[in-house]
Write a protein that binds this ligand. Structure first.
Ligand code: AR6
Length: 176
């Protein structure tokens, strides 16, 4: 589904974050070392090639809530914005740390004058954050920044499963 808010296109789709050919910056649900892993990080590093880990090395390790930006190498995008989400039940305060990921990723995108950005559902895989709770943090965090964005005019949430997409769509329809 798509919505236009404050002149910004906000959409949620089901898909693979490594295949967003029309998007300038993709967000990685990274590990602290900015190395290949499973899930989103695995898919992005595999598609980008080994240069992505080399580009992340000078920033490593990053802290929960932090975002750093690198080139995207063989991905069909210009940039990867690497965010370390909180591990559910361990990194606290987890809601703030998850929120920081989205806010800091958008700030990095604005610094590079990025026009379009795609987010995966940070922390809701290996890091165990319940999807419904993550939706109620991620979507308001982005919503509150929309009015401040000068460069970003297209925000896409890329969900791996139909069930996750439905949760995003419900929130976008009723609360946005
Ligand atoms: N495209 C879009 N979404 C995906 C993809 C994909 N290719 N693959 C998985 N998802 P996760 P986290 C969904 O585990 O919880 C890594 O090993 C997945 O179903 O990628 O932040 C890193 O190295 C889930 O809904 O990220 C870290 O150690 C969501 O993306 C750790 O996992 C996030 O799942 C980060 O864990």
């Amino acid at each position: 589904m798509k919505k236009e808010i404050d002149g910004i296109l906000v959409e949620a789709v089901q898909g693979d974050i490594a295949s967003q050919t029309d998007i300038e910056a993709v967000v990685n649900a990274a590990n602290a070392e900015l190395l290949p892993g499973g899930g989103v990080a695995g898919a992005l590093h595999k598609a980008a090639g080994p240069e992505l880990a080399d580009a992340g090395a000078p920033f490593s390790p990053i802290s929960p809530g932090e975002a750093v930006i690198t080139n995207a190498f063989n991905l069909p995008n210009h940039y990867v914005i690497h965010c370390l989400g909180p591990v559910h039940g361990i990194d606290r305060p987890e809601e703030k740390l998850l929120r920081d990921c989205y806010v800091n990723a958008l700030r990095k995108a604005e610094e590079k004058e990025v026009k379009s950005i795609a987010f995966p559902s940070i922390s809701t895989g290996a890091f165990g954050y319940p999807l419904e709770e993550a939706v109620r943090t991620a979507l308001p965090a982005v919503r509150e920044l929309l009015g401040e964005l000068r460069s970003v005019s297209h925000i896409r949430f890329v969900l791996f499963s139909k069930q996750d997409l439905t949760a995003y769509e419900r929130f976008l329809e009723s609360e946005y």
